[in-house]
Design a protein around this ligand. Structure first.
Ligand code: ZN
Length: 139
């Protein structure tokens, strides 16, 4: 028997490139679910953003974005830019990934000391970025 609890959050981003720490909303959703053991899926249903699990200190947060600017530069001659000028964001989202799965044990995410759940925006600002948190517990 499994229990599934899903909640979708809407977040606004304010810059073209931005890193937002969403760990608190993930942990609040886990607490609200009442599920103590299982897995937590964090998913951004977007083609130009990503979810990562890593340190959220201002310099490294900006380094994630700088890595994208450096290796997948906006305006880098990408063919999709002929359509809507955001090929870099699609490529970064595809490579980095828009979904993370985190084990849940005794009501706590099994994340490391320096692992925060971070939404990476590559094509902002956007008023309606969504983050889906799905908590799955089975006995
Ligand atoms: Zn596009």
């Amino acid at each position: 028997m499994c229990k599934v609890f899903v909640k979708t959050f809407t977040i606004s981003t304010s810059r073209r490139f931005e890193a937002l720490n969403v760990t608190d909303i993930v942990e609040q959703t886990v607490a609200e679910s009442g599920i103590k053991n299982g897995i937590v899926v964090v998913h951004a249903p977007h083609a130009t953003a990503a979810i990562v699990l890593n340190e959220y200190e201002p310099r490294i947060a900006s380094d994630y974005l700088e890595w994208v600017r450096r290796y997948v530069p906006p305006g880098g001659g990408w063919r999709h830019d002929e359509i809507d000028d955001n090929a870099h964001a699609h490529i970064a989202s595809a490579i980095i990934g828009s979904t993370r799965v985190i084990p849940l044990k005794d009501g706590r995410l099994l994340r490391g000391t320096w692992q925060e759940v971070i939404l990476l925006e590559f094509d902002g600002p956007r008023a309606g970025r969504r983050v889906v948190v799905e908590v799955i517990g089975c006995k």
